[in-house]
Design a protein around this ligand. Structure first.
Ligand code: NAD
Ligand code: AKB
Length: 321
């Protein structure tokens, strides 16, 4: 008889975690997915079922939850993102690396079936080809966040190889969503812009008008995550983290798209330290390996994303969220 899949999400209270929890519960059942986060309370997650406070650095507690809850898979989402990481690089190193190394050792000891750990386009740096960045290429990240993602990818590949574990990951582009706010990234402007537009306010962008970055709507990112985790192991030729992509745009192009819905919308530009981060990242990504290995295909383009964002933010505010 096959055993029940029981999932622990660490860092579930952020932009990706809330939506991933909803999707995984749909697939595996509410009682088989336990969302946890450093935050003592999380009203949104608590309103949907069980929630537990858990520090990703607390290996003893993680091991004990794996035992008592009979956890078979862990999704580790706790992290310090690019912009916050450049404000406090030692913190980014400690949290991003400490939590991963902790979990890999626990996963090895407890013989977890699978671990998910996300990487980012931030692994790439200024020496990487910026257009159609290949899966395998020069990787010399310039931010502490990118350095932790690159080191983390290599750690995952090492544990996969040495200890015959099953650790999977995606290099997400900037993710655009409305259910849970973003947590300190360079691509966050592409979410904040909607809230300002709907409030009838000017949006002051911290990136220059022609800064192109790869982006994706959250529904596609969640579907990609679950498809990767469901894919047969023998199909996965990449042992660290897969490139995935949807579309790229600049702040100016996003503003033009928003004006189709709100003609009076205005944008101004006041680039800050995040401009350097954005300029060190690719402008577009080649994700053909993911498309070949596990049939990844994005569904949302820029205009569909903008429509879904306006509809989603309005429905959340109508529901009083
Ligand atoms: P987020 O900042 O929105 O959420 C991270 C969550 O981790 C927060 O709820 C935070 O409270 C929690 N956390 C922080 N320290 C913790 C700790 N010590 N113990 C437990 N929880 C802790 O981030 P996100 O956007 O949901 O990103 C999740 C993962 O995906 C990260 O690894 C991030 O690098 C990666 N990623 C995100 C994006 C994106 O655009 N959102 C893009 C590429 C990669
Ligand atoms: C960030 O901007 O830090 C994240 C990412 C692309 O990793 N959104």
């Amino acid at each position: 008889m096959s055993k029940t899949t029981k999932i622990l999400i660490i860092g579930a209270g952020g932009q990706i975690g809330v939506e991933l929890c909803i999707a995984l519960r749909k697939q595996y059942g509410e009682n088989n997915v336990l969302p946890t986060d450093l935050k003592e309370n999380h009203p949104q997650l608590e309103s949907m079922g069980r929630y537990m406070q858990l520090d990703a650095m607390d290996g003893k507690k993680i091991a004990s939850i794996i035992d008592t809850e009979q956890i078979t898979q862990v999704y580790l989402l706790a992290a310090v993102l690019s912009a916050t990481g450049e404000q406090n690089p030692p913190l980014a190193w400690d949290i991003n690396m400490g939590s991963l190394l902790n979990l890999l050792n626990i996963g090895k000891e407890k013989k977890l079936d699978k671990i998910y750990w996300p990487s980012s386009i931030a692994v790439f740096g200024p020496t990487t080809p910026r257009q159609n960045t290949p899966q395998r290429t020069i990787i010399e990240p310039q931010t502490m966040y990118g350095i932790t993602k690159y080191a983390g990818e290599n750690l995952c590949a090492y544990y996969n190889e040495k200890f015959d574990m099953d650790i999977r990951g995606l290099r997400y582009p900037g993710l655009i969503s409305y259910k849970s706010p973003p947590g300190g990234g360079t691509t966050d402007y592409a979410i904040d812009i909607f809230h300002k537009a709907l409030a009838g306010e000017n949006f002051e962008c911290f990136l220059k008008q022609d800064t192109y970055l790869p982006m994706m709507f959250m529904d596609d990112a969640i579907r990609a995550t679950i498809s990767l985790m469901d894919a047969p192991k023998e199909k996965l030729s990449v042992k660290n983290s897969y490139n995935i992509a949807a579309f790229s745009f600049s702040p100016e192009e996003m503003a033009t798209e928003i004006k189709k819905h709100i003609p009076d919308f205005t944008i101004s530009y006041a680039p800050d330290y995040r401009q350097d981060i954005a300029e060190s990242w690719p402008q577009s990504i080649d994700d053909s390996q993911a498309r070949t290995d596990w049939q990844w295909k994005h569904a949302f383009d820029l205009s569909q994303t903008v429509e879904a964002m306006f509809a989603g933010i309005k429905s959340m505010s109508d529901a009083g969220a």
